[in-house]
Design a binder for this molecule. Structure first.
Ligand SMILES: *Cc1c(COP(=O)(O)O)cnc(C)c1O
Length: 355
């Protein structure tokens, strides 16, 4: 057949997102780190009150209502904020704006599996540097790799650890290209790299409303960086990249910090309990600054356990990637959902002697 695609597209493997069954499917979904609680009532109220005019007209190109809300909540001037259709879009825009064929994209592994896909689209040279023992940041190697773009997810997925502000600051001081800190899970963590944006013109912090704010379906994220750098990114984004509904609902959600914090507090308490329960079942569980746990079942291959849970209607994340094939990433649910998971695991791992 005639080859219509760019060679790079033909050769790459596309990104494989986690399974997304339709809402209403009787399944316990602990595979893609959604927040188990509903979005802010204030945000839902805005959604219900929108009249058709918001759909008929084009949205503002820079999602001004959302930009203003982020500005107030984080105390950052609006010109330092770019809103995107999920933080995935922002990553995509950053890669397209900064990386042309042959330029280097550098990141420590394991990390977010979208990064290599975005790099492949740009025909970038990818340099992956493994985290050390205890997820120690390979700082010297990252610096030596000399990327046009260095990507750090902190807190990271799937490891659940956070890279300290001190280490990120040292990295920012020593890299020459752009440094992106992907803070998708920052709402569940104790540290943020946000101060670095003010200290360094080449640092971009990106965040999302998908995890902390229970709005994964809305598709809304934002980047914070120096206005000179954002000016370049704005040239690359779609003219109307954020829809009118996402912009208004997101603005209400981020303004409702009290509600977000209440949900985060519940998730963090459940995180402690779920980790304890999994350790009781002979899992290795890594410390987490996120809304999921990286775990290693010791009594069963992870792939087998993934399938056995799925057969019982429970989805967790299994990664067929080097270093991860013996592990499962489990999203923290409500107390009830976590109990259901633990009960299912008890049945699978310790079947009764007599049936
Ligand atoms: C979930 C996630 C994202 C994507 O967030 P969206 O805003 O839903 O696109 C980005 N980075 C990491 C590390 C994530 O886990």
């Amino acid at each position: 057949m005639m080859n219509y695609l760019r060679p790079a597209i033909q050769q790459m493997t596309g990104y494989t997102p986690g399974e997304q069954p339709r809402p209403g499917t009787p399944i316990l979904k602990l595979n893609t780190n959604e927040n188990p609680y509903p979005p802010s009532p204030a945000a839902l109220e805005v959604l219900r009150s929108l009249d058709s005019e918001w759909l008929r007209r084009y949205p503002t190109p820079y999602a001004n209502d959302m930009r203003q809300a982020v500005s107030e909540v984080l105390d950052v001037p609006p010109e330092w904020i770019m809103v995107g259709n999920g933080s995935d879009e922002l990553l995509n825009v950053i890669l397209r704006a900064c990386v042309e064929p042959g330029r280097k994209v550098v990141y420590p592994t394991p990390t977010y599996v979208l990064y290599p896909t975005l790099a492949a689209l740009q025909v970038a040279e990818v340099v992956e540097i493994p985290y050390g023992a205890g997820w120690q940041l390979p700082l010297a190697e990252l610096v030596a790799a000399n990327g046009h773009l260095t990507l750090i997810a902190s807190p990271n997925s799937p490891t659940a650890h956070v890279v300290s502000l001190t280490e990120l600051r040292e990295l920012a001081q020593r890299v020459t290209g752009v440094l992106v800190v992907d803070e998708a899970y920052v709402d569940f963590a104790t540290e943020t790299a946000l101060p670095l944006v003010q200290e360094f013109k080449h640092v971009i912090v990106i965040r999302t409303l998908s995890k902390g704010y229970s709005l994964a379906g809305l598709r809304l994220g934002f980047a914070i960086a120096h206005p000179d750098l954002l000016e370049g990114l704005f040239k690359v984004k779609d003219s109307y990249n954020v829809d009118a509904i996402a912009c208004l609902v997101g603005a209400a959600a981020i303004r409702d910090q009290a509600y977000k914090q209440a949900c985060v507090t519940k998730v963090k308490a459940a995180r402690v309990k779920l980790a304890d329960d999994l350790r009781q079942l002979n899992f290795k569980v890594w410390d987490s600054q996120t809304n999921f746990l990286l775990t290693q079942p010791r009594d069963r291959p992870a792939a087998t356990l993934y399938q056995e849970l799925k057969d019982q209607g429970i989805l967790v994340r299994y990664f067929n990637h080097a270093g991860l094939t013996d592990k499962l990433r489990i999203t923290i649910g409500t107390d009830d959902q976590n109990r259901t998971l633990i009960t299912a695991l008890q049945t699978i791992l310790n079947p009764p002697l007599f049936r």
